[in-house]
Design a protein around this ligand. Sequence first.
Ligand code: PLP
Length: 380
Amino acid sequence: MKPFNVYKTWPVEPVKAKSCKVWDRDGIEYLDLYGGHAVISIGHGHPYYVKMLCEQMDKICFYSNSVQNSLQVELADKLGKISGYDDYSLFLCNSGAEANENALKLASFASGKKRVVSFKEAFHGRTSGAVAVTDNPNYVSPFNAGHEVTFVPINSVSAVENELSKGDVAAVIIEGIQGVAGIYEPDSSFLKELSLLTKKFGAFLILDEVQSGYGRTGQFFAHQHSGIKPDIITTAKGMGNGFPIGGVIISSEIKPVPGMLGSTFGGNHLACTAAIAVLDVLQSESLIQNAAKVGEWLIASLKKIQVDIPGKITSVRGRGLMIGIELDNKYTEVRDRLLFENHIFTGSSKSNIIRILPPLTISMEEAEYFLKSFTDQLNK
Ligand code: PLP
């Protein structure tokens, strides 16, 4: 049997990794500004994380949700405190798509409605409902297309109000910052309006923080820059630093009913241990502050390069360590050259947007190395 070939892969195989560095089979060192798609939050192979997981493995790796698991209670308590959502509850699952799937289900259960409003270019995952609220026809099979979903432009208050006023909307789902689309942040005033309008029309506001959460933007969740409090927040990626785990953070307006959600693997002992270790390290190493500091410097420096080397960068967007660099279409090969010549991993979006999503442990020296390499490539 062979792997089912759905991924476009780089000709590189990492076999070792530490903090922001990875090494391939030939011992070549790479700077990781992609974090395996925004997953690595506290850095590859963090010693505390490895120790916690090894110790837990010696005790018990897994049991189902039919027994007590105090690690889930500890994780929910720590996550509530660090995120400022200690009055919300936590449902644990295994991925970002699954978190969104459960969030949509909860909003539908609680409202008794089924239509969902999502946004142009949104990405929420590959499973049934999550892909139905994703604005990309290449990912949506006829089976998924049966859901009632309306896509409206981001930042259009009137378009959202028009849909909500029809009275049949269960939820509005929006990314804290649109990632896969190429780093587009909703306006703060728009998020505030969304919060008011969803309340007014009896719909639930779901903030998908799968990519933008866990400190990446310099706040625990990206929407916290706007001061709103959505009804449901979804997380995954950085939550387990590579260990598969997802979470749905649920306001007290929505009451749990036994059996309404469930998962065999969700909240297992190893996943909870990984997620607890991540929160401990985020706090003890002030990594959210580091994301804000290094990110602010990178964004300001990239905007300066945009001016100093005219005509090559069309836009620099983002917050903290979630940065999009949009290149003029003539310079799209810069990303490949960063990989093969400078040994720097970056993410991408469409063919001309470089996405910078490093571990939150990135140092100023590493950020400077990237900036120098990027400037050299642009000057070629
Ligand atoms: N939501 C957002 C905003 C994402 O960026 C992603 C993945 O890129 C997902 C959901 C899906 O997460 P997963 O691949 O863990 O299902």
